[in-house]
Design a protein around this ligand. Structure first.
Ligand code: SIN
Length: 543
């Protein structure tokens, strides 16, 4: 297959980009399950954006940088925060219905780490409303081809082709002498037929979401297996900040509830955290901000309480707010909890932390460009420098939306370059002598091993010893998976396993390299922040 633009992923970044790019070329969107099976759809909180007189760009930037704990790229923060209002207006024009107050103004929610109310939302199902509108727009656009059940196995890159002799002399010279690596598209598995398609594109955009499934407990959908990070890394792109996994403090604790988040917006509206005896505990950890402290702090506080008391969960209580307010503001959470026998208007909700957001990812510049020419990355799979070491609540949909726009702008300016690119003969996928994997247990066992290991050894609180052990235990598992890759015909489950294994290894390596506690990375061996500036100044003054 050939297309001008190949987009991998159908969440907010992928689809909003597809709609924009369709005006300047042919667009193919591949998504590995159904079109709306995305993390975007599950987002409850909303989109952080400066829209009120009492707020300012500087305040939003300040809150983002403070949460990022010293690792945000300030120029990127400025770009994203300041584009917020225009991008939100585009969503509204497309038909996204955000909740408005009686006076007609947008209702602004509050979440941890924000100094002002600035989270626009559609009740507590913001992501699902956005996804609905974007899917509808994309499906009705004749220039967008949306392929469901298509999963990228690997990217096709020029230098790899050169090694196999498929690239022409001019292209080979670019690789050899300029070290330029270019992405030519991707090999995609069509899960329905089992066939691997070669999709060639002038530019490829990864918008594959996060990697929560690397952990045993996560708020993420099943599709969040770190695919973008894994395939970009294998193709030679840099990845960064993978040690900064954000754990959401409050996922519903119930044996039958899978991955159900209890939005931080509840704490924004006054919900308090209590232990099983009804005692409020956040004052021990952050007396100033209490339940609205940054997420890393609240998640660690809960982790500490659980370890100290041996309890299975703590509780989030909003029952002191009027019943009508709760039902109207949080209809989705109210109904879902009721289904599990919990009436949140009259009783506390049992909650535990779970892996929620990957702050690191594929390194990009502020135009979403990666190290490979023709390869872009956006949204949770990318590391733009916006989130630093810890993402501020509700900044992720904003980042996905703005970075998709940035990628669009860059593609427009490089359009003549992309259109002039010559055709390269790419050999079809060769599965050699691979045979069917007859025993699914080969996948399910390793799937479980990795996720349990990551939860227990590379979780909210880490130590050098546990990281070293995790690294050692993962090595043979990763080797076995690599071997299977050549021996067996690939399936989606297998590709996902291969990706979580690689991303787990990368997270562990990144965490082991960071000899300090910062943002979402906390290690008992280096509990304090290493003050790099202080060290540099001291060293300079000594020399
Ligand atoms: C939430 O609603 O608590 C999640 C929002 C986010 O992760 O930004």
């Amino acid at each position: 297959m050939e297309t001008d633009f190949l987009i991998v992923g159908s969440g907010i970044a992928g689809l909003s980009l597809a709609i924009k790019l369709s005006g300047i070329g042919s667009v193919t969107v591949v998504t590995k399950k159904s079109r709306d099976d995305t993390a975007t759809k599950l987002a409850q909180g909303g989109i952080a954006c400066v829209l009120s007189q009492e707020d300012s760009f500087v305040l939003h930037e300040y809150d983002t940088i403070r949460a990022g704990d010293g690792l945000c790229h300030e120029d990127v923060v400025r770009t994203i925060v300041r584009q917020g209002p225009s991008r939100i207006m585009e969503l509204e024009e497309m038909g996204v219905g955000f909740t408005r107050r009686e006076d007609g103004e947008l209702d602004l929610g509050r979440e941890g780490g924000h100094s002002r109310r600035r989270v626009i939302h559609s009740g507590d199902f913001t992501g699902s409303e956005i996804e609905r509108v974007l899917v509808e727009k994309a499906m009705n656009n004749p220039d967008i081809q949306l392929l469901e059940d298509f999963m990228v196995a690997d990217l096709i890159t020029l230098c790899k082709l050169r090694k196999t002799g498929s690239a022409g002399p001019e292209e080979s010279a670019r690789c050899k002498h300029r070290g330029e690596e270019r992405c030519l598209g991707a090999y995609c598995l069509d899960s329905a037929s089992g066939k691997i398609h070669t999709i060639l594109a002038k530019a490829t955009f990864l918008a594959t979401g996060g990697a929560g499934k690397v952990y045993l407990y996560t708020s993420n959908p099943d599709v969040a297996t770190g695919d973008g990070i894994a395939i970009a890394y294998r193709a030679g792109a840099r990845v960064a900040n993978l040690e900064f996994v954000q754990f959401h403090p409050t996922c519903l604790f119930h044996s039958k509830a899978k991955n159900f988040l209890i939005s931080e917006a509840l704490r924004g509206e006054g919900a308090i955290l209590i232990d099983k005896k009804g005692r409020r505990f956040m004052e021990k950890y952050d007396p100033e901000n209490m339940e609205l402290a940054n997420r890393d702090m609240v998640a660690r506080a809960i982790d500490m309480e659980l370890k100290r008391s041996g309890a299975e969960c703590v509780y989030l209580d909003i029952s002191h707010r009027p019943r009508d307010f709760i039902v109207q503001r949080f209809p989705n959470i109210y109904k879902t909890c009721l289904k599990f026998g919990i009436d949140i208007t009259s009783e506390p909700i049992p909650v535990v932390p779970a892996a929620h957001y990957m702050c690191g990812g594929i390194v990009t510049n502020e135009w979403a460009e990666t190290d490979l020419t023709g390869l872009f990355a956006m949204g949770e799979t990318a590391c733009t420098g916006f989130h630093g070491a810890n993402r501020l609540a509700s900044n992720s949909l904003l980042e996905g939306l703005v970075m998709a726009h940035q990628a669009f702008e860059r593609t427009k300016t490089k359009l003549s370059y992309f259109k002039k690119l010559g055709k390269i003969d790419v050999p079809p996928w060769d599965s050699g002598g691979a045979v069917d994997m007859e025993e699914a247990v080969l996948i399910s066992h390793n799937w479980d091993v990795i996720r349990r290991l990551m939860w227990n050894y590379v979780g909210i609180v880490r130590s050098s010893k546990r990281l070293a052990l995790a690294q050692k235990r993962l090595e043979p598992v990763a080797r076995e998976i690599d071997q299977h890759y050549w021996d067996y015909i690939i399936t989606r489950d297998f590709l996902e396993l291969r990706n979580i294994a690689l991303v787990a290894q990368l997270i562990i390596q990144a965490a082991a390299w960071r000899h300090e506690s910062r943002g979402g990375h906390y290690t008992m061996d280096f509990p304090c922040k290493d003050d790099w500036k202080w060290r540099r100044d001291t060293l300079l003054s000594r020399t």
